[in-house]
Design a protein. Structure first.
Ligand code: 5RP
Length: 293
């Protein structure tokens, strides 16, 4: 029963003290609603940066090196990531739910790598299921310039509209098909286009003059790792991307196919959150690798 009588009377009204002004730390999201900001704040640390660990490759590639057993590989790495990027199938079957990491839920189905043109994807996950999965953001593959461009922008529009309704941000993923350009001009066009269509975060590839892309994109940009390259080069790429305005990385194979994935993720963490130079992070990687062995 509510206590109607005998309560201590309210007295501290802070008369004359203006309410604190909060500047939201995620680029371009100052006027987003409270729920959306709360989800974004789970993805992006107070420094505005994030480390997303991508292990959604199976949605197009099937079983891939380093990702054969998600149930064994991912849980020990989760502590070093801010956000997990995965399909609902992988999350439900391989990832314990009692963690406090943000979730970038892969929401489109784009066919398999067996197809020459994967640009005709569908919006596979209903907004209700994204809510059930407690998604911090919904990842949508977009094929700018491909034959399926309009369909993929239609998928993006579905998630942006539903996301705005329920306060869930959208991660627009710039796809690069077999025949598609990988130039600064292309990435500048695609990142800006997705942001203008309402995506709240953009994932793209690192390229020359990257600072032009991040400057012209009104929302945070994170880079994909792409195919496996030597660990020191992947750290250098992450460093250059963040120095040139990226809000972080959304890396998969360059972590999961590294000689020591946990050491690699910790080294990436040093670059993204602590501003470590790539050489310093690589030295740390070598030392951490020995500890794990
Ligand atoms: C494709 C994707 C991925 O499936 C994945 O997240 C890529 O990660 P990486 O290239 O670092 O292995 O987003 O566009």
């Amino acid at each position: 029963m509510a206590d109607k009588d005998g309560n201590i009377l309210a007295k501290d009204y802070g008369i004359g003290i203006a309410p604190p002004v909060h500047n939201f730390h995620v680029k371009g999201m100052n006027s987003a609603g409270w729920g959306m900001q709360s989800r974004l704040a789970k993805i992006f640390a107070d420094d505005g940066h994030t480390i997303m660990l991508a292990f959604d490759h199976g949605y197009i590639m099937g079983s891939t090196a380093g990702l054969e057993r998600l149930d064994l590989v991912i849980p020990p790495l989760m502590q070093y990531a801010d956000c997990l990027m995965a399909t609902r199938g992988a999350l439900r079957t391989c990832i314990p739910s009692n963690h406090n990491k943000a979730i970038a839920l892969r929401c489109t189905a784009d066919g398999s790598v067996l197809k020459d043109d994967m640009s005709f994807g569908t919006a596979a996950v209903d907004i209700e299921d994204a809510i059930r999965m407690n998604a911090s953001c919904m990842a949508v593959q977009c094929f700018v310039g491909a034959d399926g461009e309009l369909g993929s922008l239609d998928n993006l529009a579905y998630y942006v509209n539903a996301g705005e309704k329920y306060g869930i941000p959208v991660l627009g993923v710039v796809a690069v098909g077999k025949e598609m350009e990988r130039t600064t001009r292309y990435f500048a066009l695609a990142t800006r286009l997705l942001a203008e269509q309402g995506a709240h975060i953009i994932k793209t590839y690192y390229c020359e003059n990257f600072e032009q892309i991040t400057a012209a994109c009104p929302v945070p940009v994170v880079i994909a790792g792409g195919k496996k390259i030597p660990e020191n080069e992947a750290l250098a790429m992450a460093y250059r991307a963040v120095s040139e305005g990226a809000a972080g990385v959304d890396m998969g194979r360059n972590v999961l196919q590294a000689e020591c994935p946990s050491a690699m993720l910790q080294a990436i963490r040093m670059v993204v959150h602590e501003g470590a130079k790539p050489e310093e992070a690589y030295r740390a990687y070598e030392l951490l690798k020995k500890d794990v062995k």
